[in-house]
Design a protein around this ligand. Structure first.
Ligand code: 9D3
Length: 250
């Protein structure tokens, strides 16, 4: 996988490419990340990459020419879509990450200031937003997308990955995890996890996933396919929650 990142702050990504899974993916030649800085293509004595907006208004706009040259240079080394990180983009989600993981590569364009000259949209293929909150630039969003995609590239994580990745596809939240000690500060690990009964453990975990999803993300249950076992467990969970609520007088 070849990823190009267009940014006037390449140093933002120093930690990103030197840490954990992304570092290992680069070391194992499963990933290459290259950077292009629009500043390197500025020819005036201030090395400007931004300018005032036509029509007035506050803030600055990233200039067409320097940003275009940076993108075109990345394009000579990377084949795949040019993706503009933008608050107006398509909301990023797991299925989007999966699609990008199947590409030969892609180029992430990080904006700063109030945005980029609209005419750059003629060389942009896709726009991605990572959520409805205001960032000061595209860099943190690009780091998020890079992380989510690289971990899906075959060989980057162990093969236990492909299995657990199914669980997100399954659209339920994860079950609670415990590690040693089995008793601490008056709190115990649920007995079933110490029982060694794999069938009961699997059932308990599935039920906890359904419970968590129902309580924390009921929206996720709207369009999820549930097996008969899952439907039964979900009904059990609902009953238990209602019993608890009536016990509390709510
Ligand atoms: C006048 C309003 N502007 C600032 C409050 C709009 C604005 C411009 C530029 C808001 C954010 C940004 C910078 N954001 C990104 O580059 C960005 C982003 C985001 O802010 N939220 C979620 N995903 C993304 S992807 C890129």
């Amino acid at each position: 996988m070849n990823v190009g990142i267009i940014t006037i702050f390449p140093e933002y990504f120093e930690g990103v490419v030197k840490t954990g899974m992304i570092r290992k993916a680069i070391e194992n030649n499963l990933l290459d990340v290259i950077f292009e800085n629009p500043r390197d293509y500025a020819t005036d004595r201030y090395k400007s990459v931004d300018d005032y907006p036509y029509g007035g208004g506050s803030g600055m706009v990233m200039k067409y020419d320097t940003l275009k040259q940076a993108i075109e240079n990345a394009r000579t080394r990377i084949s795949g879509p040019v993706i503009y990180m933008s608050p107006q983009g398509t909301p990023f989600h797991q299925a989007y990450a999966k699609d990008l993981a199947r590409e030969e590569g892609f180029i992430l364009v990080c904006g700063r200031y109030e945005g980029i000259d609209e005419r750059l949209m003629s060389i942009v293929d896709e726009e991605i937003s990572i959520g409805d909150f205001v960032l000061s630039g595209g860099e943190p969003a690009a780091a998020v997308v890079l992380d989510a995609v690289v971990r899906l590239v075959p060989g980057v994580l162990g093969d236990e990955n492909s299995l657990s990745e199914e669980s997100f596809e399954h659209n339920l939240l994860e079950y609670p995890q415990y590690t040693r000690p089995s008793h601490i500060d008056g709190m115990d690990v649920p007995d079933v996890l110490l029982s060694g009964h794999h069938g009961n453990i699997a059932r308990w975990r599935l039920k906890e996933r359904l419970k968590r999803t129902l309580v924390k993300r009921p929206d996720m249950l709207k369009d999820v396919y549930l097996s008969e076992e899952e439907k039964n467990l979900l009904e059990e969970v609902k009953k238990e929650i209602l019993e608890t609520l009536s016990m509390l007088g709510v």
